[in-house]
Design a protein around this ligand. Sequence first.
Ligand code: UD1
Length: 370
Amino acid sequence: MVRDMLKIVCVCGARPNFMKIAPIMDALGRADGVRTLLVHTGQHYDERMSRLFFGQLNIPEPDVNLEVGSCSHAVQTGQVMERFEPVCLKEKPDWVLVVGDVNSTLACALVASKLGIRIAHVEAGLRSFDRTMPEEINRVLTDAISDALFVTEPSGVDNLKREGVADEKVHLVGNVMIDTLLRSRSRAEESTILETLGIQPRRYAVLTLHRPSNVDNVEVFSSILGALEKICQEMPVVFPMHPRSRKNLAALGLESRAEGIARLRMVEPLGYLDFLKLTANAAVVLTDSGGIQEETTILGVPCLTLRENTERPITVSQGTNRLIGSDGEAILAAFREVCEHPPDLSRRPELWDGNAAQRIVDVLVRTCPN
Ligand code: UD1
């Protein structure tokens, strides 16, 4: 039987997935002979962690929401699997496309794999080589069962080759998160977030923190606050707080210490356009996020990563990123160093040019099974 339409089920679940799925949905929408369904697992569900991004990034309303919400890793992964399986059985897609490295990514890939449905993994091959990170487990396992692996940087190609993935499955296509950034820059310019916060371009820092290794441990979180006490004497620090970090600050008894830091601006999580405007105009960004290491590389803003390792080494070799770890003294020293000697801001990784999603869709259509 010759099928006239190629059917693709795209999956998103948590905040960093939304800026990756947006340009892919857009490119799929423009492709001939392709029918696309969007499944939201509901891993993130707060207005500011989810809905806001759909509106700002023009992502179509999901066809299905699995509404799993927050729970332990095993329960969350299991619930996504249980609820995604009937969707696959009903829709019988040619491809399930997953992005990134969150629990929803692995859960949906596993379901597709057991049903014999081909899996496309966008942002494949990245490795921190730190198996204590839940994302690293999700990355390694998703890649092992994927049929088309779309890679953002050459290190990913090397990692997959070393793990024995066949060359013909691996496609170096660039970075869909950067597609979204480049097409959103002019709209982000219109954001009034700097006026709202009363801050001046290049005279403030931005901080984001949410990794369990930084915010689940009282010593580590305290050490970071120690650095912030000093940094805030030099410039204001805007800290849009992930719900996990806000909850832990209270649970670890650190709330009043943080609130006592003058010029530390703890705000709610921001929408995409406000956050882009904020980071694009910052003097320096301090973060433990993966995606922000990439965004600051393209924005030409110095980035200090509060981790010991990165799965995105190109942001260090060709971008503005430096790995600092989470020790307060080291953070303060790196902050002072980067203010005095800003990194080379002129480099840009190859293929991070705004066309990654189109390259992905071209491969999917070309390798159509029928
Ligand atoms: C998840 C991803 C991480 C990604 C991050 C971006 C995994 C293993 N982790 O981490 O890779 O960088 O998303 O944010 O998939 N919560 C809310 N509202 C929400 C979502 C979460 O209040 O909309 C709170 C809940 O208390 C929840 C906690 O945040 O227990 C953690 O959420 P979860 O999705 O489990 O992990 P993240 O830390 O967000």
